[in-house]
Design a protein around this ligand. Sequence first.
Ligand code: ABU
Length: 384
Amino acid sequence: GSHVAYLSSRKITLGREKQTETPLRSPVWSCNEWDPLEEIIVGRVEGAHVPPFTVEVQARTMKRYWDFHIYRAGQPYPQAHLAKAAAEIETFCYILEQEGVTVRRPAIVDHSMEYTTPDFRSTGMYAAMPRDILLVIGDEIIEAPMAWRSRFFEYRAYRSLIKEYFKQGARWTTAPKPQMSDELYDKNYPDENDPNCHKITDQAKFVTTEFEPCFDAADFMRAGRDIFAQRSQVTNYSGIEWVKRHLGHKYNIHCLSFEDRNPMHIDTTLFTIAPGVVLSNPERPCHQIDLFKKAGWTVVHPPYPVIPDSHPLWSSSKWLSMNVLMLDTKRVICDVDEIPTVKMFEKLGIKPITLSIRHANSLGGGFHCWTTDIRRRGKLESYL
Ligand code: ABU
């Protein structure tokens, strides 16, 4: 297919490198959010643990869930809830396979293990959200550095898969590992009830500093040669700069900003669903939306989510309703209970394939977060 990336393989012979003619076909290839999906990684519920309630976690946690986090820090999430979430994710995998997509899973890892580095000590969290940690750009897998101490070693759950893809010809990069020392965090960052909170976000202050580059992969939204990024609670400007310099002139990295007082992960805020079509969260207007309009894109404002307040969302907003997974430009995986969103896709001529992962949502992500593309059939193109 047109997505084949031929790499020359090298043989090492007695210390001298010899170029061979054998082409390697990269099993990794994905340039946007909508080309026909062939292979995907779906995250795991197993082993999920509540992260320690550090300043960067607190900044992103709604006050109503503080007690939950404080009392369960370092402990498993409630087991009965996890069992339901695991069953939902198994169904999700089954549906993807029925739709012709190859599904791969991260390893089961003990996230309760405490680790100590020269700069900090923590326990882990989970391998539930591959979208947060793996940024696939063309034939390259970039492991994001992350910004939460509890997620520092999250890459370990994906290493056997990544090594397999690497052996088969994928490119593999690990972004510079952050120290995650105290200097990376503003320990006086105000919580949502602090009168200074709104002032601080008006001034575009974040819980992470610019001490060193940090980013989560989910703060990048791909549309071929154009990639949209946001400065968030977990992605700083130097993290975005690192991605920009690393990818070089082949890509345009657009740093966007939104009316969002607590940003983390762009895929519930702005979502490119097809060439020339972008979902823009009506509650978080994009300051640079004219960029899309001037290029002739259709800007669609998705309807408000309908998930009830009573359903626990320990680590996210309700806008998981727009955190969908495009199988191609004509099929989308979305939440069966988000009827207004389902109708929106029908109106756009996109067939919704619906299911519920509500208990899995409680861990902080929707269909897009719970996955990362490995291969979509298509070419690297410009759409803007
Ligand atoms: N991990 C996605 C969370 C984004 C949100 O809370 O809207």
